[in-house]
Design a protein around this ligand. Structure first.
Ligand code: HPA
Length: 283
């Protein structure tokens, strides 16, 4: 059993509406959706019209696949993602990034909102995810392997593509934006963590915690598509302050960090696009 025909049907529908072949894929997390509306020549394909695509239900997540350009780099972008905690099967949660891969993206840049665990972090910081802990209790590759997509036991040593990490650091310099680095723990949610869970996660080596991204990274690694991710630390994790956590605060901090986050993302897309163009010119 392969999901390939379903992916290719989604790709067929999208291709009818978008004029270009995207080289870089982007996934926009909480509060970042507006980035897609600023692409040049943007075409927005509603998820509802794409067969197989799940509808994200959380506030702050639109449901469009947007195609356009950053400078001269053609981009396909998921404006809104589905989360496991919404009740979607994992195969649906990662459907969107698999579609990006089948559309031809040869690099995928993911973004998310996360709680900061590292004592050196402040709300509003941006963190390059250099590695992750999959603590979701499941994995998008559970079940018979889809040999058409990738192999049974994918290596995860370089799940966060070293070249894309280097480009993110360079992009942060281009954009004049401070970029921290750390390990992201992916949890199921939808509850925020308890203070004891945050202490546990720190002991395990996590610098930030969130409820997305890990399944997408795994699915892209399986398909052999280089991927990497940046978190916006929208709040200090539970127990690090006296205050209770609230999604409104997450959205508000994401909004305040938006100018820096979008500047970094645009610079990263330019770098990735230039590298892809140089690579295909050389081959
Ligand atoms: N925990 C989990 N996910 C999150 C958080 C958090 O504190 N902030 C934003 N997403």
């Amino acid at each position: 059993m392969t999901i390939l025909p379903e992916l290719d049907e989604a790709v067929r529908v999208i291709r009818q509406q978008i004029p270009m072949l995207p080289g870089v894929g982007v996934v926009l997390g909480s509060g970042l959706g507006g980035w897609a509306d600023e692409l040049s020549d943007v075409v927005k394909v509603p998820y509802a019209t794409i067969p197989g695509m799940p509808r994200p239900a959380v506030e702050g997540h639109a449901g469009f696949l947007c195609a356009g350009r950053v400078g001269d780099v053609p981009v396909a972008c998921l404006q809104g993602r589905a989360h496991l905690y919404e009740g979607h099967p994992l195969a649906r949660v990662v459907f969107g990034v698999r579609v990006l891969a089948r559309l031809g993206c040869r690099a995928v840049l993911l973004t998310n909102a996360a709680g900061g665990i590292n004592h050196g972090f402040a709300a509003g910081d941006l963190m390059l995810i250099v590695d992750h802990l999959n603590l979701m209790g499941t994995n998008p590759l559970v079940g018979p392997n889809d040999d058409a997509l990738g192999k049974r036991f994918p290596d995860m040593t370089y799940a966060h593509d070293p070249r894309l990490l280097a480009l993110a650091r360079a992009a942060a310099r281009d954009a004049g934006v401070a970029l921290r680095e750390g390990v992201y723990a992916g949890l199921l949610g939808p509850t925020y963590e308890t203070p004891a869970e945050i202490r546990m996660l720190r002991t395990l080596g996590a610098d930030a915690v969130g409820m997305s991204t890990v399944p997408e990274i795994i699915a892209l690694r399986h398909m052999g598509v280089p991927a990497a991710a940046v978190s916006c630390v929208t709040n200090l994790a539970a127990g690090l302050t006296q205050r209770e956590l609230d999604h409104k605060e997450v959205e508000e901090t994401a909004r305040q960090a938006r100018a820096r986050f979008t500047a970094l993302l645009s610079a990263w897309v330019r770098r990735a696009g230039a590298e892809l163009a140089a690579g295909s010119a050389a081959s």
